[in-house]
Design a protein around this ligand. Sequence first.
Ligand code: ATP
Ligand code: MG
Length: 225
Amino acid sequence: MRIAVFGGTFDPIHRGHMLIARHVARQLKLDRILFVTAARPPHKAAIQLTHPCDRHAMVALALRNERRFVASNLELLSPLEKNYSIDTLARVRTQLRPSDELFFILGADQFAEFRTWRNSDRLLESVALVVVSRPGLAIEELVARCDQRTQRAVKRLPGIAGKRTRLARRFSAVPPVIYLVPDLKIDISSTSIRDRISAGRRVRGVLDPAVADYIRKNRLYRKRT
Ligand code: ATP
Ligand code: MG
């Protein structure tokens, strides 16, 4: 099977996450994507996050009708204080068969900081990365700033509009490889959703209705009074 890990704080999960997952699943012919809700990501240590159980519950709701997508609570079960991707991927691997192929999906904002991650060299050598473009971040500039070793691993996926996507091409998961997904420009972030809700403004079209309902019922992201 071709499997990808898509990690995030998902605070909350939004339509952008879903569009990315569907697009990458199609382009890379993935059988499964594990949405791994981060318990306590190192780069967000100082940020107040919604309780992991609520974030995971929202992921599960958003994925309820998606056959290939799985809400994973792998990190939430771990007793670690901080969760590093290298450890999470190692734990995922223990549940796979030797013939399974593993990818790791991340947005351009995360890729920009990739080299500051724990054991980034080892990570690059151990899993195929899939980097999704994000508005405001020129993916080619990010690549140009990378070291030689990282640059050598870069491969560009054909665009969604390109005819070549119709060909049943298989992209190998043998690392080191970094697939760039250049033509997704989705202007949605959890931060802007939280800000809108806390300002009492409506959030339209960017949340799954069941997730929007969960947020309302549990009074998430409201300003504390
Ligand atoms: P926050 O604003 O709280 O950081 P977010 O919208 O960035 O939320 P995360 O849960 O942090 O969502 O993201 C999980 C993964 O999805 C990260 O790798 C992130 O880069 C990627 N991602 C999220 N939204 C987008 C988007 N609109 N375009 C591209 N990548 C995205
Ligand atoms: Mg983010």
